[in-house]
Structure formats: structure tokens, C-alpha cells
Design a protein around this ligand. Structure first.
Ligand SMILES: [Zn+2]
Length: 77
């Protein structure tokens, strides 16, 4: 999933907050405090930010492995 651009419920823009939220949470800060600092107070927006999982990097690894496998087998796509 890509980053959440807008809240799915109220439509508030959230995409500009995603990088800072992700960076600070990965650094060990409490997600609730980070959302307070970023001014995300509605529970619908908070749930979008907290529940979003960025798995595009993981999915991309499968495509890389698949491409290598196809190349090794002689199929080029
Ligand atoms: Zn919202």
C-alpha cells in the first residue's frame, strides 16, 4: 500500500505528514504523541495513520526475485 494521501472518512489531507510520522515512530517515539504534535486529532485520521502499513518495499523484493528467476531460466520480460 502506498502512503495515505487523505483520510478515508473525512478527507483531510494526510500525505504530507506520512514521512515525518513514519520516521519518528521508527525512531521510537510514541505514535500518539507524534500524531498530537502533527495536529492529527480526529480519531478517523489517527486510525488511518496508525493502521497504514507500507509494504511496497516488501512487494518490490518479490518482483526482483521473480525477474532474476526468469532471467536465469532464459525468459526475458
Ligand atoms: Zn479523518
Amino acid at each position: 500500500m502506498l502512503l495515505p494521501v487523505r483520510c478515508f472518512t473525512c478527507g483531510a489531507p494526510l500525505g504530507h505528514l506520512w514521512d515525518e510520522f513514519k520516521r519518528r515512530v521508527q525512531a521510537g517515539e510514541n505514535p500518539s504523541k507524534v500524531l498530537d504534535d502533527l495536529g492529527v486529532h480526529r480519531y478517523c485520521c489517527r486510525s488511518v495513520m496508525i493502521s497504514s502499513v507500507s509494504y511496497i518495499e516488501e512487494i518490490a523484493l518479490y518482483y526482483i526475485v521473480r525477474a532474476r528467476r526468469l532471467r536465469a531460466e532464459g525468459e526475458v520480460r
